[in-house]
Write a protein that binds this ligand. Sequence first.
Ligand code: SF4
Length: 192
Amino acid sequence: MRVLLHTCCGPCASACVPRLKELGYEVTMFYSNSNIDTRDEFEKRAAEAVKLSEADGVNIVFDDYDHESWLRDVAKDYENEPEKGKRCLRCFRFNLERTARYAAKNGFDAFTTSLTVSPHKPSALIFAAGEEKSSDAIKFLPEDFKKKEGFKLSVKRANELGLYRQGYCGCEFSNLEMQRRSSVKNSQNSFN
Ligand code: SF4
């Protein structure tokens, strides 16, 4: 059975590819991340995904980078949502829609996503988005990769393979949130 793995980044996918292979699937990675704030960051993460595909011996396909569409279709009017909120659900839908479309067009049996590896992303929301994009032409495989210590495995493998692990989810709003958290931490440290 051929499965298309939406790949948010190399480190997360490093816990998914071996699990899918163990389950007997033939895996192709699909790097589709128009949510990422800059092209440089998009390409930096893409290069790490390539390293993983080479290490694990699987194919990788790249979607176009279209952050303008993402800003218009996902973030507009949802800029101030917190992480795990409505903007994130819209973001999951956006990326999984593109994954499902590519999978159906290219004869895959199912699609799934590495997004469930992250402890910061509720699997129930991701599954809801995946089921929504499932159709007669292509089924969503609801694999919860954070289970069975998936996140721990992703950290371990990323270290072993020397993969870059980014400090924020991807969009400019998560980047700002990371900067805000680190400036609060720095100012707390300066009082200690
Ligand atoms: S925080 Fe992450 S999941 Fe949420 S909208 Fe931004 S890129 Fe998408």
